[in-house]
Design a protein around this ligand. Sequence first.
Ligand code: PRP
Length: 178
Amino acid sequence: MDRQLGRILISREEIAARVAELGEAIGRDYAGRAPLLVGVLKGAVVFTADLLRAIPLPAAMDFMAVSSYGSGTRSSGVVRLTADLSLSIEGRDVIIVEDVIDSGRTISYLRRNLATRHPKSLALCVLLDKVSRREVDVDVDYVGFVIPDDFVVGYGLDYDGWHRNLADLAVLEAVARR
Ligand code: PRP
C-alpha cells in the first residue's frame, strides 16, 4: 500500500482558534505562576511553539524525546528516553505538551519519569486525543480535539518524517498500488 494525502480533518483556522482557547485556559489556571512547557519531540514542536505564544503569562519551554519500538505506524508500548530536558524541573509547574495520544503508553511513561524529578505540579496538554485507541489510563488536563482512529499528518505530525510542515491536519489515506 502507498499513502496519499486525503481530506483535511482540522483546518489551520480551527487549530488556531483551539490553541488560543487552550492558552487562555492555561493562563487562567496558572495565574500568578510561570509554567514550564515540556514539548515531546518531534511531533509536538509546532503545537508547543504556538501554545507558548497563546499563554498570557511568563512561561518557559523545554523539550525531550522518546522513541517507541515496534511496527510502522503503530506504537509498540516499549518507550525509551532518547533526549532529556536541558533544565531541572524541581519545584516547577510543568505542563507536558503532546501532539497526539494513541495507546497512552508514551505519555504514561513520561508522566512517571517526570514525576520522579519533583516538579511542583505536573499536567498534560494534548492537541489530539485518539480516545478509542487507549490501552493505558491517562489523565489529560487539556485536550484540543478528540479524533477518530485515522492516520493524521500535518501541524507537526508525520508519516516517515514527512508532512510535518502542512499547516492543516489532514488524513493520510492508503491507496492500492497499480
Ligand atoms: C507519537 C506521539 C506520541 C506517541 C503517542 O510519537 O507524538 O509521542 O506517538 O502514541 P502512544 O499514546 O501510543 O504512546 P511518534 O512515535 O510518532 O514520534 P514523533 O513525535 O517524533 O513523530
